[in-house]
Design a protein around this ligand. Structure first.
Ligand SMILES: Cc1ncc(C[n+]2csc(CCOP(=O)(O)OP(=O)(O)O)c2C)c(N)n1
Ligand SMILES: [Mg+2]
Length: 337
C-alpha cells in the first residue's frame, strides 16, 4: 500500500478537533514541566521527552478501543497520558515518589498500568517489539478481537529481533500494529547515516506484512491510518506496519546537546509542521473555537500539569522495605496436570 495523502480536509467535528488539541497539549505541557523538574534536580536518571511527536500517540489512541494494548520504549510519557493514565501518577514516578505508577521504583522508563493496558516503558532498544507480539499472541489465543500497538523508533528498526518478530507475527496472523515512530534520529545518528533502505515500513514486504507511511505531524492522518491498521488486525489478517514520520524537538534525552543537527532544522519544523499548531489553526479558521475558548483550554491543561508537579513533590519517597517488594509475581499461572 502506498503512502496516503494527509487528512487535512476531512469532515471532522469541532468536538473531535478540540479533543485532539487538548490531548496533544497535555502531553506538550507535561513534558515541558518534566524538563523543568529535571533541571531542578527533582528527576534523576534518564528522561526522554516526547515533545514534537504528540500527534502519533493521540492519533493512534483515537483509533483504539477499550481493551486494546500498548507497549513502547523509554520515550513513553506521551503514550501513558494518551491512553488515559493519571498525570499525577506519571509525574510522581518520574520524581521517584511513592505515589508513582511503580511506587517510585521504576522511574521514567519503567511504568505500567494493567487498568489501561499499558505494558511499559522499556529501556532496551527494540526489546518491546517481541513483547508486543507476545501480547497480541495472548489475545489471539484467548479468541478476542483486541489489538496491540507496539511502538518503536527508527533506530530500533535496524535491530534483528524486530525481523524475527515480523516473521512470527505474520506466520501466526497476530493482531499487532507495529508503529515505527520515525523521528529521523536515534541517539544522535540520523536515519540517512544509519540506514540503507530508508522506507522502513517496506521492510515488512519481505514477510508479506501490509503497511504504509503516515504523516506523523498530522493527528488526523495518523488516526485514519490507525483505523486502517486496526481494521486489518481485527479482521484476522495479521500484523500491520505504520511508519509514522515525526520529529523530536528536544535532544534524545535531557543530557543531549543535539550537536548532530542545526538549530535551524528544528526551528523550521516547529514553525511549519507543529502538530498542535495545525489543529489550533483548523479550530480557529473553521470557526470551531475562539481564541478565548483555546485560552480556557490552555489554562485548564496548565492547572492539571501544575497539580501533577505538586502531587509529585508532596508525595514521599518510597519506604526502605519497598526494596523487597514487586520482585517476583505473587500469582504465577500453573500448568494444569
Ligand atoms: C540494546 C540497546 N542498545 C543501545 C542502547 C542505547 N540507546 C538508547 S536509545 C538509543 C537510540 C534509539 O533510537 P530510536 O529507536 O530511533 O528511538 P528514539 O530515541 O528516537 O525515540 C540507543 C542507541 C539501548 N538502550 N539498548
Ligand atoms: Mg528515533
Amino acid at each position: 500500500m502506498a503512502a496516503r495523502k494527509s487528512a487535512q480536509k476531512s469532515n471532522i467535528s469541532a468536538e473531535e478537533l478540540t479533543k485532539y488539541y487538548r490531548e496533544m497539549l497535555l502531553i506538550r505541557r507535561f513534558e515541558e514541566k518534566a524538563g523543568q523538574l529535571y533541571g531542578m534536580g527533582l528527576i534523576g536518571g534518564f528522561c526522554h521527552l516526547y515533545i514534537g511527536q504528540e500527534a502519533v500517540v493521540v492519533g493512534l489512541e483515537a483509533a483504539a478501543e477499550e481493551g486494546d494494548k500498548r507497549v513502547t520504549s523509554y520515550r513513553d510519557h506521551g503514550h501513558m497520558l494518551a491512553c488515559g493514565m493519571d498525570p499525577n501518577g506519571v509525574m510522581a514516578e518520574l520524581t521517584g515518589r511513592e505515589g508513582g505508577y511503580s511506587k517510585g521504583k521504576g522511574g521514567s522508563m519503567h511504568m505500567f498500568s494493567k487498568e489501561k493496558h499499558f505494558y511499559g516503558g522499556h529501556g532496551i532498544v527494540g526489546a518491546q517489539v517481541p513483547l508486543g507480539a507476545g501480547l497480541a499472541f495472548s489475545d489471539k489465543y484467548r479468541g478476542n478481537d483486541r489489538v496491540t500497538f507496539t511502538y518503536f523508533g527508527d533506530g530500533a528498526a535496524n535491530q534483528g529481533q524486530v525481523y524475527e518478530t515480523y516473521n512470527m507475527a505474520q506466520l501466526w496472523d497476530l493482531p499487532v500494529v507495529f508503529v515505527i515512530e520515525n523521528n529521523q534520529y536515534a541517539m544522535g545518528t540520523s536515519v540517512q547515516r544509519s540506514t540503507k533502505s530508508p522506507a522502513l515500513w517496506k521492510r515488512g514486504e519481505a514477510y508479506g506484512i501490509a503497511g504504509e507511511e503516515v504523516d506523523g505531524m498530522n493527528v488526523l492522518a495518523v488516526k485514519e491510518a490507525g483505523e486502517r491498521a486496526v481494521a486489518h488486525c481485527r479482521a484476522g489478517k495479521g500484523p500491520y506496519i505504520l511508519e509514522v514520520k515525526t520529529y523530536r524537538y528536544r535532544g534524545h534525552s535531557m543530557s543531549d546537546p543535539a550537536k548532530y543537527r542545526t538549530r535551524e532544522e528544528v526551528q523550521k519544523m516547529r514553525e511549519e509542521r507543529d502538530p498542535i499548531e495545525q489543529i489550533r489553526e483548523m479550530l480557529l479558521t473553521g470557526k470551531h473555537a475562539t481564541e478565548e475558548d483555546l485560552k480556557a483550554i490552555d489554562k485548564d491543561i496548565k492547572d492539571i500539569v501544575n497539580k501533577s508537579a505538586d502531587f509529585a513533590k508532596e508525595s514521599p519517597e518510597p519506604a526502605l522495605d519497598e526494596l523487597w517488594t514487586d520482585i517476583y509475581a505473587a500469582d504465577v499461572p500453573q500448568k494444569s496436570a
